[in-house]
Design a protein around this ligand. Structure first.
Ligand SMILES: Nc1ncnc2c1ncn2[C@@H]1O[C@H](COP(=O)(O)OP(=O)(O)O)[C@@H](O)[C@H]1O
Ligand SMILES: [Mg+2]
Length: 260
């Protein structure tokens, strides 16, 4: 159990009248980067919200760092960056971090908060912009401020919802390098979502999702080998076709059984 940061079995989530995640079974190993990949609307954000404990109507088993998801002791052990990262535009980068540090650990001395802010600023390479207003930063820099907020308190699990969306290729590459640094130097577990399949190649492991289901839970290498393809994108399409074919076979069998 302790080798997994996340372990799900029969995980089902309803949103409104719809079941948006159906009987998911997967694991996220500790100390690695797991990519959560799939087209828009497949349920990535819903799954991430379930893991961090902010999603309603979650049923089945979902264990996070050895506790049921949403357990109060997990709050300080998980860093979460939502799809629409929120930083205060009228505060400087450092003020944003000191503010969130104060919320995370109320009652800590101001000097400690400043030290913590400096540390995460260095982690995301924004020390030179510490005194800039967040509202004056570029999209990529704002994304890094959000990541810095998630790094406060040294969480064991980082859940990052489409952190590279809308960034240019250089910034995307730099951010992935940063993710690998965080995993390697801190032994942290990262769960990173994307709807862009080429980001898959940068992950240690992949969860491929489609329409509320997990199509594959594997390494990029194993996926390509198993499907006889050159890229994770081609592997994904192959798995989609296989699932559709299996579905058709099932329907044909059922139709034959009813006419029998
Ligand atoms: N508040 C809601 N009520 C009902 N359905 C929702 C709600 N929010 C999201 N959904 C649906 O849940 C599905 C999964 O959404 P989401 O987890 O945001 O997908 P992704 O992050 O992969 O784009 C989508 O089909 C979406 O339309
Ligand atoms: Mg989403």
């Amino acid at each position: 159990m302790m080798n997994y940061a996340v372990q799900a079995d029969g995980l089902t989530v309803a949103r409104g009248p719809r079941t948006v995640l159906r009987h998911l079974r997967f694991t996220v190993p500790r100390g690695q980067i797991t990519g959560l990949l799939g087209p828009s609307g497949c349920g990535k954000s819903t799954l991430m919200r379930s893991i961090v404990g902010t999603q309603a109507k979650v049923t089945g088993t979902l264990n996070v760092l050895g506790h049921p998801a949403g357990h109060p002791t997990l709050r300080s052990r998980i860093g979460y960056v939502t799809q629409a990262p929120s930083v205060y535009d009228d505060l400087t980068v450092r003020q944003n971090l000191e503010y969130f540090a104060a919320i995370l650990a109320p009652g800590r001395p101001a000097a400690d908060r400043r030290h913590e802010a400096d540390r995460v600023l260095a982690d995301v390479d924004l020390t030179s912009h510490a005194d800039a207003l967040a509202g004056n930063l570029s999209g990529g820099q704002r994304g890094r401020v959000s990541l810095a907020v998630a790094l406060l308190g040294t969480p064991e699990l980082l859940v990052l919802d489409e952190p590279t969306v809308g960034l240019d290729p250089v910034l995307r590459r730099d951010l992935w390098t940063l993710f690998h640094d965080i995993a390697a130097t801190r032994g942290a577990t990262l769960l990173v979502s994307s709807h862009v399949m080429d980001e898959a190649e940068r992950c240690h492991r992949l969860l491929l999702m489609r329409e509320g289901e997990i199509l594959a839970d594997d390494t990029p290498d194993a996926l390509r080998t198993r499907t006889g393809t050159d890229t994770v994108e081609a592997a994904f399409l192959r798995l989609v076709d296989e699932a559709a074919a299996a579905h058709r076979t099932q329907q044909t069998t059922r139709a034959q059984e009813t006419t029998r």
